[in-house]
Design a protein. Structure first.
Length: 398
């Protein structure tokens, strides 16, 4: 069987689903190769998902335009009203605070569970008349001057003017296009799980930079719940994964007892981890192919904007496709060139910022430790710079 569409998207995550909805709403015929994944369970009374995202204003605007935002379970979405960032060095630690008042915004971000987001996307896809959901596994990708063809394991063919690779950091699409990449392992694993806090978090996202134990972040969830993202060195990560969550909560006490009090595991068995690496593909386009999300860039989660960077990819791809000349199809080289140029600055800035901060705060060199803590304190006292940093993080211009 051969299925013809304007755009074929490969990937079953939120980025691929958002791309499918956006392209379909712009009038394009879309095929979404989504494998055989089970739909997300985003019921309002479901256990709390340990994988969460900090959604910025750009991403929220995109989701709202696709009528997905209002379909989320609002009672499971938490507002971030402030960010409290702390360095190391005990009494001489640096301290930097961003708040919504200083940002001149109602909120800095929204914390959304992966299951909640995907449940809303899956529901929207059911009513998207221009989207054809295809189950199966791709085994070959062929492109020529006229079209792209994705051959599935069962022999079916997905033919389109453009293939969008939204299939993650280890992208099959990127590999098929023989796009080279720069890869650097951080020697860390992100440990994610949820806790109940003794004291109210008041919508504050906390982050502690340490040289020896990595980066600890506690993000607000609805009620008195918080979500942990601990970017821990590999050896420490293995210890954290091997010990009971009650012991992990005790470890966190050295950071958060003063602001959140005692932590209690929300679901004692629920903890996940994933390795951290910087992945910089040498290109985000190839003949009749565009990469989005982690397929186009994988960054350290310390800034919490990996997902937002992917939503930025989708927003710019939608824009260049919508503005293309009538004689050019979706996979035209000039159209893809415009997409690559549109994304170059945002991707580079995020890569430099996250990689630079990780390198800076992972060093235990005493003079460097002093300098970085002084830097946090200095930025905290410069409102103009703070507003510029916040504006970029929000995903909008100041």
């Amino acid at each position: 069987m051969e299925l013809q569409s304007d755009v074929c998207i490969i990937g079953n995550g939120a980025i691929g689903k958002v791309a499918a909805l956006g392209l379909a709403q712009s009038g394009l015929r879309v095929s979404l190769l989504c494998g055989t994944a089970v739909p997300a369970s985003g019921a309002v009374d479901a256990p709390w998902d340990v994988r969460v995202y900090a959604i910025n204003h750009l991403a929220r605007s995109l989701l709202s335009s696709l009528r997905v935002w209002d379909a989320l379970h609002a009672e499971r979405v938490a507002l971030v009203d402030a960010m409290d960032i702390r360095g190391d060095g005990a009494d001489k630690a640096g301290h930097l605070v961003f708040d919504s008042y200083g940002a001149r915004a109602g909120e800095l971000a929204w914390i959304v569970e992966d299951a909640n987001l995907n449940q809303a996307l899956d529901a929207a896809l059911k009513f998207a008349s221009n989207v054809q959901l295809v189950q199966g596994r791709a085994v070959r990708l062929h492109t020529d001057a006229a079209s792209a063809r994705v051959i599935l394991e069962n022999g079916d063919v997905l033919k389109a003017a453009l293939v969008v690779g939204a299939d993650g950091a280890h992208s099959w699409v990127r590999h098929q296009c023989e796009i080279g990449m720069d890869y650097r392992s951080y020697g860390q694993r992100a440990i994610v799980t949820n806790f109940t806090a003794e004291k109210p978090h008041r919508g504050v996202a906390y982050q502690w930079f340490t040289s020896e134990e990595g980066i600890v972040a506690l993000l607000p969830l609805p009620g008195d719940r918080v979500s942990l993202v601990w970017s821990a060195p590999e050896a420490l990560a293995q210890q954290l994964l091997a010990e009971p969550l009650e012991q992990l909560a005790q470890r966190l006490g050295q950071y958060c007892d003063g602001v959140l009090g005692r932590l209690t595991p929300l679901q004692p068995e629920a903890v996940k981890s994933f390795p951290l690496a910087l992945i910089r593909p040498h290109a985000i386009t190839a003949p009749r192919v565009a990469l989005v999300g982690d397929a186009a860039h994988a960054v350290h989660p310390l800034a919490g904007h990996g997902m937002n960077l992917g939503f930025g990819d989708v927003a710019d791809l939608l824009k260049v496709l919508d503005e293309r000349e009538m004689q050019r199809d979706c996979g035209d080289p000039r159209v893809l060139g415009r997409y690559a140029r549109a994304r170059k600055e945002d991707i580079l800035l995020m890569q430099l910022a996250t990689d630079g901060l990780e390198r800076l705060f992972s060093s235990d060199f005493p003079p460097l430790r002093i300098m970085r803590n002084l830097g946090l304190n200095l930025v905290d006292r410069l409102p103009v710079i703070k507003r510029q940093l916040i504006s970029h993080a929000l995903g909008r211009q100041s």
